[in-house]
Design a protein around this ligand. Sequence first.
Ligand SMILES: O=P(O)(O)OC[C@H]1O[C@H](OP(=O)(O)OP(=O)(O)O)[C@H](O)[C@@H]1O
Ligand code: HPA
Ligand SMILES: [Mg+2]
Length: 159
Amino acid sequence: MSEQPKTFPVSWEQLHRDAKALSWRLMSQGPFKGILAVTRGGLVPAAIIARELDIRLIDTVCIVSYSSENKQGELKVLKEAPKESKGWLIVDDLVDTGKTARAVREMMPDAHFATLYAKPAGKDIVDSFITEVSQDTWIYFPWDLALQTVPPLVQGKYD
Ligand SMILES: O=P(O)(O)OC[C@H]1O[C@H](OP(=O)(O)OP(=O)(O)O)[C@H](O)[C@@H]1O
Ligand code: HPA
Ligand SMILES: [Mg+2]
């Protein structure tokens, strides 16, 4: 995960649009008893989907997988998922290698697993997603981004 030549920056508008598109898709899979958000990335998509599907029962499974340098380490489960999984919807922002999703699936075998984005190595582990990106693409979420200036494509012609 250290070398990611391609990037896929996602704006707040795009994320909202994709979470709504996922909600449309999930309507035919429900109704769901509740949403299990995989922290922290699943929290924002879970809030949008909960609003669209009118779901008020929301729980979390708290997992740390990647360091601040975008390197994957041992999975640390800080809080387990609830025991019941039938009729529940699991929401995460993305599935990459599938390590996180596999661990959550083991805790919630009968739940429907949905993510906004998926990479090839993990996409078969989830039931629903909206956009696939290549394995060598790093997705940047809006909560990790800030507006900043960028140089023009051509610079220095009139200097
Ligand atoms: O398919 P994988 O290779 O396991 O990667 C996907 C997971 O990695 C990220 O979470 P991360 O552990 O970075 O924590 P965060 O959600 O708190 O940012 C992302 O939100 C997914 O949960
Ligand atoms: O592409 C990614 N973007 C952000 N977080 C991630 N965690 C695993 N893969 C990714
Ligand atoms: Mg996460």
